[in-house]
Ligand binder design. Structure first.
Ligand code: PLP
Length: 502
């Protein structure tokens, strides 16, 4: 173990608040700041070529061309670029990312997009058909998620993605507490495994986020939740399932706790909303998570994941229209006219709503059930394959988002070797693990066996060979264990800067 690692190990034992204080003090020293900035820049210079692979073969366009090339020329260039990127996801090498991806389905959605590329639901008078599609998407989704069995008029809105659905719901609870209770310093109680969008909501809307731990099955700890609730809590959150480990939190217990304490409860079913209802219909053991539970007051669910729509849509549902109203924005005295909008955006892409509606009605209940059956059967094969590999274990007991770790090997090195074999897996930390989110892409013949044989070979290679230079393993190891979270945050900002470099 080198000195840095030893130092981190010790720092990790300190109170995080103390470490954060020490870090801030250190960063006040100009020499320290300069050194961190220089190291970050050097790191990014190394990463940059991987982020910009087309600099050699394609012209960089930094100003609007005087006279644009012809449509054919533009399409030719973009077609070549796109073709370079299709194989990996098409052939099932990606975790999540593309959830359906059959050429027929894509061609169908593209035709719908073409019909509506000019539509903007902000102008409901010009495109009332988009209004119809959006109302029906919300109604169909609510009915699938227990809205039909509830006495309450479950309702909602369309949004641009899971993150927006979550941000909207959190803003809604903040504003309700402000209006109905005069609450000025709201808090939300969220499992550590909940999606980063909840932290984003806390930062954007100035809500204090209180994290609760998960148990040894990676499910939110109900007793910790009970202790974390207080007079300022506006919402308690659970995932169905969580992004990192694919485990469904004990939503029945958590939502009942929230109901008894008079607190809102949000189920984040972004990942599972279009899988779990069909898994239940197929006879899988699915814990309750939707509006059939009286304590669940809102729910996020991504049509652009297992709803198999094009990217750019999600649904946020509320138990009552009264709660949904806190999401809306209205202004009555703007010189631009009477203005109102349901979500963060003003103008919105009506074509994406149209494509989402087309996906849902054309796939139908049979299609969703069949897709879920194929995904869960493939995931079962993959889990069985992983369990045969002695050095690996699966975290918790997930249905189709499979996180694996190792007690003996550096799991990030396994991920690196898989990367060289073409696989794009998700690296996770706290604890260190890697996951595969199984989609319809993986249900194609040969994909799951290829994953398992590549994984076996990767584990063997890591077991036998000493660590080589390069790869992302050291970066992950460092980022996971470095207690100086401000430094890690700075590196991430430099990464975003690098994405926007030419
Ligand atoms: C994907 C996901 C989100 C966020 O979705 P985006 O569409 O990427 O914004 C939120 N929660 C969970 C559990 C997810 O898997």
């Amino acid at each position: 173990m080198d000195h840095m690692e030893l130092a981190f190990k010790h720092l990790n034992r300190l109170d995080p608040r103390l470490v954060s204080f020490l870090e801030k003090q250190l960063q006040r020293i100009p020499a320290v700041r300069r050194r961190i900035a220089a190291d970050t820049r050097a790191m990014m210079d190394e990463v940059a070529p991987a982020l910009k692979p087309y600099q050699e073969d394609f012209a960089t366009v930094a100003t609007i061309p005087d006279k644009g090339p012809s449509h054919d020329e533009v399409l030719e260039t973009m077609g070549r670029l796109q073709a370079l990127e299709t194989n990996r996801w098409q052939e099932g090498y990606a975790s999540g990312a593309v959830y359906h991806g059959d050429p027929d389905h894509i061609a169908f959605l593209n035709r719908v997009y073409a019909l509506y590329s000019q539509a903007n639901p902000l102008h409901a008078d010009l495109w009332p058909s988009i209004t119809k599609f959006e109302a029906e998407i919300v109604a169909m989704t609510a009915a699938m998620l227990g809205g039909d069995d509830s006495r309450d008029p479950v309702c909602g809105t369309l949004s641009s993605g899971g993150t927006e659905s979550i941000l909207l719901a959190m803003k809604t609870y903040r504003d309700r507490a402000r209006a109905e209770k005069g609450l000025r310093r709201p808090e939300m109680v969220v499992p550590v495994t909940a999606h980063a969008a909840f932290d984003k909501a806390a930062e954007y809307f100035d809500i204090k986020i209180v994290k609760i731990p998960v148990d040894r099955h990676y499910r939110a700890d109900v007793r910790a939740a009970a202790r974390a609730l207080n007079r300022r809590t506006v919402v308690l959150v659970g995932s169905a399932p969580s992004f990192p480990h694919g485990m469904v939190d004990p939503i029945a217990e958590l939502s009942e706790l929230a109901r008894r304490r008079g607190v809102g409860f949000h189920t984040d079913a972004c990942l599972g909303g279009f899988v779990l209802p069909w898994a239940e219909a197929l006879g899988y053991d699915v814990p309750p998570f939707d509006f059939r539970l009286p304590g669940v007051t809102s729910l996020s669910v991504d049509t652009h994941k297992y709803g198999y729509a094009a990217k750019g849509t999600s649904v946020v549902l509320y138990r009552t229209p009264a709660l949904r109203r806190y999401q809306y924005f209205t202004i009555a005295d703007w010189p631009g006219g009477l203005y109102c909008s349901p979500t963060f955006a003003g103008s919105r892409p009506g074509a994406l709503s149209a494509a989402c509606w087309a996906a849902m009605v054309s796939i139908g209940q049979n299609g969703y059930r069949e897709a879920t059956r194929r995904i869960l059967e493939t995931a079962a094969d993959i889990k069985a394959g992983i369990r045969e590999i002695p050095d690996l274990y699966i975290l918790g007991d997930p249905l189709w988002v499979i996180a694996m770790a190792s007690r003996r090997l550096d799991i990030y090195r396994v991920m690196d070797v898989m990367g060289r074999k073409g696989w794009s897996l998700n690296g996770l930390h706290r604890p260190s693990c890697v996951h595969l989110c199984v989609t319809l892409r993986h249900t194609q013949p040969g994909v799951a066996p290829r994953f398992i044989s590549d994984l076996k070979a990767a584990v063997k290679e890591v077991r036998q060979a000493p660590a080589t230079e390069g790869g992302m393993a050291p970066v992950y190891g460092l980022a996971a264990n470095l207690p100086l979270r401000g430094v890690v945050g700075g590196i991430l900002k430099a990464y975003v800067d690098a994405l926007y470099r030419l």
